[in-house]
Design a protein around this ligand. Structure first.
Ligand code: MD3
Ligand code: FE
Length: 204
């Protein structure tokens, strides 16, 4: 058994297969309205290996010139982001213990060789709300540490249908995705993993 850092809650297979399939249909609808794009790192312009899109009133974006930020429109189509699917709004109400709805839902798509380096999520104004994350598709190895980069880390395998809630002490914890276990799920038509993260951005 693995002990998680304070403020991390893991709900293994919160969504059963039928619910995962319904969520995936919602994600496909979002991606049709707001296509996945390749985000780039601030300053260097290096492409990230994860492809992204968003739904909600605000979406997290990054590019070389303007860096990490939230904005109301897609960086390539300039269209407003689509709405957050009701299943995800319901999830937020069930698990967030936060009295206002999420504003942003970042959709991350990991191919078999994609990674996400250790980082903090600190582009939001409101750190009192938790981040709620849903995994779909192939398993991944997720790693979470403390509020300093050098703090010890704990690794956790996240599977399709799992939900994690990062609140309290863990809201500003360093975290990342070290690897994708390609072929461990049959949910998607291809190898890879989708992660959905619900966030409050502004102070209500
Ligand atoms: C821990 N995504 O989009 S989700 C991200 O699997 C991100 O795509 C990863 O890190 C993914 O920023 C991890 C779980 C997660 C999300 C937010 C956190 C863990 C977190 C914020 C603080 C601490
Ligand atoms: Fe993150």
């Amino acid at each position: 058994m693995t002990t998680l850092p304070d403020g991390v809650r893991h709900y293994p297979e919160h969504f059963d297969l039928e619910a995962q399939q319904a969520l995936l249909e919602d994600v496909r609808h979002v991606v049709r309205q707001a296509p996945l794009y390749v985000p780039t790192m601030p300053r260097t312009g290096k492409p990230m290996s994860v492809r992204m899109t968003n739904c909600g009133t605000l979406g997290w974006v990054t590019d070389r010139q303007r860096g990490y930020r939230y904005q109301a429109t897609h960086p390539e189509t300039a269209a407003p982001w689509p709405k957050i699917p009701s299943m995800l709004l319901d999830l937020w109400r069930e698990v967030s213990a936060y009295p206002h709805p999420p504003e942003a839902c970042l959709v991350n798509f990991y191919s078999a060789d994609a990674r996400m380096g250790l980082h903090q999520d600190r582009d939001e104004e409101d750190f009192s709300a938790p981040v709620v994350s849903v995994s779909l598709g192939d398993d991944c190895l997720f790693r979470i540490g403390g509020v300093r980069r050098a703090d010890a880390t704990t690794s956790l395998r996240l599977r399709s249908g799992d939900v994690i809630v990062l609140g309290g002490q863990s809201r500003l914890a360093y975290h990342g995705v070290d690897r994708i276990y390609a072929g461990t799920s049959m949910l998607l038509k291809t190898e890879g993993r989708i992660n959905l993260t619900l966030r409050r951005v502004t102070i209500p």
